[in-house]
Design a protein. Structure first.
Length: 97
């Protein structure tokens, strides 16, 4: 049986230690690397959106209780991944400024 999902927190997390921000005096990454990473993060977001939409539609079907638990795990993990992707894009956007 899958572990129970952890509660979701939608508060913006504090900046990570060691992550260079635009005003901390740290060297910026090369623009070409930033653009590549932003493109990959965008593609990842698109894939996650597809997973989230498919899980929403699957939730509309009549599922067994055990299957609902698996679906809930997919939904929670995709929301977490989408949040992580947004945070990565924010860091990359700050680096590009």
């Amino acid at each position: 049986m899958p572990a129970s999902p952890k509660p979701q927190s939608f508060k913006k997390s504090a900046p990570q230690a060691g992550v260079a921000g635009p005003s901390d005096g740290a060297a910026k990454m090369p623009l070409s690397v930033n653009k590549q990473l932003r493109s990959l993060a965008h593609d990842l977001s698109n894939s996650l959106e597809t997973i989230m939409q498919a899980s929403y539609l699957l939730a509309q079907a009549e599922l067994k209780e055990a299957d609902k638990k698996w679906l809930e795990m997919v939904e929670n993990a995709s929301r977490d991944a989408a949040r992580i992707s947004r945070e990565i894009r924010e860091i990359l956007r700050a680096q590009g400024e």
